[in-house]
Write a protein that binds this ligand. Structure first.
Ligand SMILES: [Zn+2]
Length: 118
């Protein structure tokens, strides 16, 4: 399953970040997921629970932050949000927008931790 290998990657990155922060326990991991990242959020959370077992992340929540699809319109000279990739045209001027600015993200935004004593 595609989501399982992604979940392992997220767990590895989160463990490394938790160590840098000297976290006693990780409460939650916030993950930014773009519309075009090709990730099914429910499946990813399920796989995260499996991948995090036996690590400092065990029992923590994986919180998905949806990142919309945003393209650059060279005519309007601004970023515009689109409902999907089926029609990459500016809703204002109908210009074809090939430059995707947001929507491919798959990155850890932040970690919610409990600090260790001392
Ligand atoms: Zn436009």
């Amino acid at each position: 399953m595609h989501e399982l290998s992604l979940a392992h990657g997220i767990v590895e990155q989160s463990i490394a970040a938790a160590e840098r922060l000297r976290a006693a326990r990780v409460v939650a991991v916030q993950l930014r997921v773009g519309r075009l990242a090709g990730v099914e959020a429910g499946a990813l959370v399920f796989c995260y629970d499996i991948a995090s077992q036996g690590t400092v992340l065990e029992g923590s929540r994986l919180e998905i932050i949806d990142v919309p699809l945003v393209v650059w319109c060279a005519h309007c000279l601004k970023e515009v949000e689109l409902p999907g990739i089926q029609r990459l045209r500016c809703p204002t001027c109908d210009t074809l927008c090939g430059e995707i600015r947001h929507g491919r993200e798959l990155e850890i935004a932040s970690l919610e931790i409990e600090e260790s004593d001392g």
